[in-house]
Design a binder for this molecule. Structure first.
Ligand code: UD2
Ligand code: MN
Length: 568
């Protein structure tokens, strides 16, 4: 009896020591330089320390006991995978000696293959999350994963982690959409796994149309979208389904942890971030505003977010359909997360990040796949559609930040405009004031002036005409046509700017869409004159009130004397 007890103690001690070493080793593994702006801000600032025999992670100011998400037991594995033969599936796509492991997928495929499809990862949630309770009758979900030439090991890990780390009753099905990958078997073979279905596109559609196809065949009332290189963490699903069950207009995301693209280490992301963007519609993670952070007494509470990253979220299926799914004229990749985010907020819903839900994702530095129309043009087309349909007068800031978008084709947006009217969505101004007041409008500080010459004011007429006229109104009553913003190098009126029609003396001056990079629109003050920077000629109104032209600069000539007067 005593021997048995002694043995048990010895085994436990050895297991404890091994466990300790494993986690120390995991935490000290070289951490990759993160692959994107997302990863740069995510996964920062944690260290580890042992306190009186108990391992703890210190992150920010909180102490998180080390809880580990274990891989499933082998007998559970068997039931989970059905007739699917994992070994053969993975072996068929192994790298050959000498192959560059980053070439095909822009992450270290060798490391992913080596890891296998399941492993223990750290439970990265705040410790309080583990004691939260969820309804026992939560509705089930259809998990939708679209992919184009994904590595087999990462795709399988996404699926298996979802199956093993979710209560089985919550996973109705996993719908894979193979977006015309080179090898149809990547998807077909996976359909041998119970609950997994595979749809293959007959041509490359891009992730937006692929997700819509998946959503249209989904049988559950709740949709869960995942990228094809994720790994979900403990209890990732319950918090998201709970929030959507309570209010079907909520669209919720997990905190997206970072899976290193070099060594596949699973790294905790900061819990103080939300989704944001700049005027070029470039997504970024940003700190929660300080007032909101101060007001957060409970770290398990949802975080309101102006936009979602796009790849990982849960949404009620009828709400997804009611709001118009996605803009299916967007191609391949990019911009759909803004379109969806604006639409959700402006049409009566909300977006949240749930700190008690964690999903790992491999952030990459480049796209490993081709864009049939080119990467830049596709991004412009997609974001331009989002800006044109949803951003109202604020779209001018998008065009100033992304001048190359002007004149690029973006197809017809009539259907989406009709949708916006039908849904009776709020204006973008509302979104700016209520959802994202932290997004500064570039010209907010710019002051309006009148441009006086003698007693007359420069004004716009019709679409692109200009002339001098009697100055009208005072202060707020000044007409729009006589208000100018002088923001070097532009002389601006709303989204139109003063431009020369040619670089020679005598050329007419007209109004056109602003573009700070356009040489014809660049001006600077020179004494009391306004000089065109490239031609060196000066703005001149031909006597007495004729349309302005550019002429040789001559000091103190009446037609070249402009007096900007700030409108107060
Ligand atoms: C982020 C999102 C991604 C999407 C994208 C903007 C996360 C974690 N990821 O970029 O979901 O919202 O921003 O559009 O928030 N794919 C196809 N067909 C294609 C191209 C891609 O099916 O033609 C798949 C791809 O295999 C992957 C998913 O779409 O599963 C997203 O693509 P990504 O991983 O290259 O995008 P990512 O994470 O850089
Ligand atoms: Mn991705």
């Amino acid at each position: 009896m005593r021997r048995i007890r002694a043995n048990a103690i010895a085994i436990l001690t050895v297991a404890w020591i091994l466990g300790t070493f494993y986690y120390l080793w995991q935490d000290n593994k070289p951490q990759s330089s993160p692959s994107s702006s997302a990863a740069q801000t995510r996964g920062r600032g944690h260290g580890q320390k042992g306190v009186s025999g108990r391992l703890e992670i210190h992150r920010d100011d909180r102490t998180i006991p080390l809880i580990v998400t274990q891989p499933p037991r082998p007998e559970v594995q068997g039931q989970l995978l059905g007739s699917f033969d994992e070994k053969t599936y993975l072996a068929a796509k192994q790298l050959k000696p000498g192959d560059d492991p980053y070439r095909e997928h822009a992450f270290n495929q060798q490391e992913s293959d080596r890891l296998g499809s399941e492993r223990a990862i750290r439970d990265t949630r705040h410790y309080r999350c583990a004691s939260l309770n969820y309804d026992t009758d939560l509705p089930s979900t259809s998990v939708i994963i679209t992919f184009h030439n994904e590595a087999r090991s990462t795709l399988l890990r996404t699926i298996k982690s979802a199956l093993t780390r979710s209560p089985p009753s919550l996973i109705q099905e996993i719908v894979l959409i193979d977006d015309f990958s080179s090898d149809p078997e990547d998807c077909q073979l996976l359909a041998q796994i119970p609950k997994v279905r595979c749809l293959r596109n007959g041509r490359r559609e891009g992730l937006i149309r692929s997700r819509v196809r998946g959503a249209n065949t989904a049988s559950a009332s709740i949709l869960t979208f995942l990228d094809s290189h994720c790994e979900v963490n403990s209890d990732w699903l319950q918090p998201m389904i709970q929030r959507v069950k309570e209010d079907h207009t909520r669209v919720v995301s997990p905190i997206i942890d970072v899976i290193s693209l070099d060594n596949f280490a699973y790294l905790a992301a900061s819990a103080d971030l939300r989704g944001g963007f700049d005027w070029s519609l470039h997504f970024k993670w940003e700190q929660i505003p300080i007032e909101q952070k101060m007001a957060r007494s409970d770290p398990t509470q949802p975080i309101r977010t102006p936009v979602i990253a796009g790849g990982i979220f849960v949404m009620d299926k009828s709400w997804f359909n009611h709001l118009g799914q996605y803009d299916t004229h967007m191609d391949i990749w990019g911009g759909e997360n803004f379109e969806l985010s604006f639409r959700v907020w402006m049409c009566g819903g909300s977006l949240e990040i749930l700190p008690c839900s964690r999903v790992g994702h491999v952030f990459r530095k480049r796209h490993p796949y081709d864009f049939p129309e080119g990467n830049a043009l596709t991004y412009i087309k997609n974001t331009r559609r989002a800006a044109e349909v949803w951003m109202d007068e604020y779209k001018q800031y998008y065009y100033s930040a992304r001048p190359s978008a002007q004149g690029k084709a973006f197809g017809s947006i009539t259907d989406r405009q009709t949708l916006r009217r039908k849904l009776d969505c709020k204006p973008f101004r509302w979104y700016m004031e209520n959802v994202y007041p932290e997004l500064r409008v570039p010209e907010q500080d710019a002051v309006s002036s009148v441009l006086k010459q003698g007693g007359l004011c420069l004004e716009t007429r019709g679409t692109d005409g200009l002339g001098l006229a009697e100055c009208r109104g005072m202060g707020a009553n000044r007409p729009q046509s006589q208000r100018w913003e002088l923001i070097e190098p532009l002389i601006r009126q709303q989204d139109l700017c003063l431009a020369i029609s040619a670089f020679t003396a005598g050329s007419k001056v007209k109004m056109e869409s602003c573009n700070a990079k356009e040489p014809r629109q660049k001006w600077k003050p020179r004494g009391s004159a306004l000089q065109h920077m490239v031609s060196g000629l000066c703005l001149d109104s031909q006597p007495p009130t004729g349309p302005p032209v550019i002429t040789q600069c001559r000091p103190q000539v009446a037609g070249q004397t402009w007096e900007p007067q700030v409108i107060t």
